[in-house]
Design a binder for this molecule. Structure first.
Ligand code: ADP
Ligand code: 5GP
Length: 206
């Protein structure tokens, strides 16, 4: 079977619980590598450079784009976000399943460039619950929360380009469903062409 890791993209409205899910998934299952993005936004309280994000200036970000160091980048509510290339390919080559937790424009670019990537969209059980979670998180002002809710409304239009949706109601159940979806991807024919070829030759050489 193929040793190459899966490239999985996880998107969802801000506040749907992506960060919480990722943390729980990585604690429970060990063959995942979470890509760390570069961003021009300010760190939130408790965030550390190189752990949640690489926090960079706009100039440094634009230089990364120019040098081809990002496999995708997008603007989200006045800031740039992008996925550094090297880590993703290294981890996949080492056989780890890599997760990009990115917004929708970036996800669609990934699908265009890597059609075999798995795109998962995480939904809250309802819009009211989404707002409750954003307010409850307490990391943004009401003005930013309203912007993020409006952005969620626009993003909903793009969900049909994803492969799967997951509803993050009971957290543990959602974590297991995500794990199952990603692991099933290893069994895809397109992920196993070398093995299939080898079997063909063994059969014809008999
Ligand atoms: P995102 O990364 O998608 O913006 P977070 O992971 O920061 O979202 O979650 C937003 C808020 O919702 C946090 O306060 C988190 O504790 C809470 N949360 C996440 N998942 C659930 C869940 N399944 N049930 C209830 N609250 C949740
Ligand atoms: P936040 O500011 O809440 O950490 O992230 C805002 C949005 O940017 C989220 O939807 C998150 O998934 C997305 N994001 C984070 N990193 C990247 C990235 O590298 N590329 C893209 N396109 N979006 C990202």
């Amino acid at each position: 079977m193929s040793d190459q890791g899966i490239l999985a993209v996880v998107s969802g409205f801000s506040g749907a619980g992506k960060g919480t899910l990722m943390k729980a998934l990585l604690e429970k299952h060990h063959n995942y590598a979470l890509s760390i993005s570069a961003t021009t936004r300010e760190p939130r309280e408790g965030e550390t450079d190189g752990r949640e994000y690489f926090f960079v200036t706009k100039e440094a970000f634009e230089e990364m784009i120019q040098k081809g160091q990002l496999i995708e980048h997008a603007q989200y509510v006045n800031n740039y976000y992008g996925t550094p290339r090297q880590y993703v390919f290294q981890q996949m080559a080492d056989g780890r399943d890599v997760i990009l937790e990115i917004e929708i424009q970036g996800a669609l670019k990934i699908k265009e460039r890597f059609p075999e990537a798995l795109l998962i969209f995480v939904m809250p059980p309802s819009a009211d619950e989404l707002k409750r979670r954003l307010v409850g998180r307490g990391t943004e002002t009401m003005e930013v929360i309203d912007k993020r809710m409006r952005r969620a409304g626009q993003e909903a239009a793009g969900i049909t380009s994803y492969d799967y949706i997951l509803i993050n109601d009971a957290l543990d159940q959602c974590v297991e469903e995500m794990h199952q979806l990603i692991q099933a991807q290893h069994k895809r024919v397109s992920q196993n062409l070398e093995f299939i070829q080898q079997m063909k030759s063994e059969l014809t050489d008999r």
